[in-house]
Ligand binder design. Sequence first.
Ligand code: ATP
Ligand code: MG
Length: 422
Amino acid sequence: MLASKTFIPKIKDIPQDAEIISHQLMLRSGMIRKVASGIYNWLPLGLIVLKKIENVVREELNNIGAQEIFMPMVQPKELWDESNRWGKFGPELLRIKDRHDRDFCLGPTHEEVITDLVKNNINSYKSLPLTLYQIQTKFRDEIRPRYGVMRGREFLMKDAYSFHMNAECLNQTYQDFRAAYKKILERLELEFKVVKADSGAIGGDKSEEFHVLAENGEDVLAVSDSSEIAINSELLLEKDQDPSLLAGEEFPEGGKIQLIKGIEVGHIFQLGQVYSESMKLSLQDANSNEVNPYMGCYGIGISRMVAASIEQNNDEFGIAWPKGLAPIQINVIDLTDNLDGSAIKFYNEIEKSNFRVMLDDRDERFGKKIKDSELIGIPLNIIIGKSLKNDGLIEVCPRRGTKDLIKPEELNGYIAKFFQES
Ligand code: ATP
Ligand code: MG
């Protein structure tokens, strides 16, 4: 990509309406733009990161045997009547009418659609267990959308649903998801905690959340100095109680409670038979007994994860992406006289590799180019300028780390080594 042609609208000053650092940086670096409250455009740089996260999630889910499908965003009221949630779900459910005055909603989640799909298309217990997932836009009319894509109204979620003939089988898949979620967060280089959680409007018995640790997290987690298990403080408090009441108290599993802040990026549930019973999904088992299958559901906030990663990876200059997640990994900065064309050679060479590279061919000074690169968070800058002309050397300038002068023929090796080290 050429910097002069790529749509990366940057903002110099801190945007007034952005309270937290990830929101500020996503706006300033031209990753997103607001359309309406909680509703955003994703611009090229933002979309690249979103897709990278999406692909890590997709790979790990495929690895545990989940199959990708794609369900509609618009859902008919009838399905929500079957599960009794049309009335129960609060104003977060955006209800709409079509031209025939029929009721629909914008899907905040897809238990109804998927249960109906399985009900109409699976006839035998032999087809279970079955795990399906999608990566799709959700709409929740949040009372207080804020922090940019962290708490949006329209957002991208990976939601998965599993179907089983018994509770043990559900538990096995639940554990597979738990392990896959850990892998995803490790691959994305996020520091996180798994915590016991409330099942909320989704329902069911057992659930755990995955929280990325960050000062700007909206959730307060109770952790213990002597236990691996953490608990969302919501579970230990009455409504509207201040979490700080819990600090230093006994932790249920032993030890004393410490409080830390987290951003919920994932949530896994053992739903049990709630939906299969209400929506009358049943199958005969091997002994011809009718069984309502056991279900699990598993969500990851893909768009929220972009913001969560920035919360953990930033400095005074901008976004400090982990090398794998950076939307542009290498920036060739052209500082030759009148952009004489020698930088293009290096750019073309790097473009043949798998790295995503940009050529900053703009007629700007070094200071501006490097500042923009730091804001966007490009891990490696390669500067083609005076040292090439005078000494035949190119300057390699990592965003974090030490600069160096190398010979052009050393460049490929340098790049390969740089991106191997994390
Ligand atoms: P929260 O407690 O943050 O409102 P939730 O518990 O309602 O989230 P789930 O129904 O568990 O959310 O949805 C699965 C995942 O979708 C969440 O773990 C989160 O990462 C993401 N998510 C939920 N609501 C939003 C939102 N308004 N904006 C962005 N991501 C969201
Ligand atoms: Mg949740």
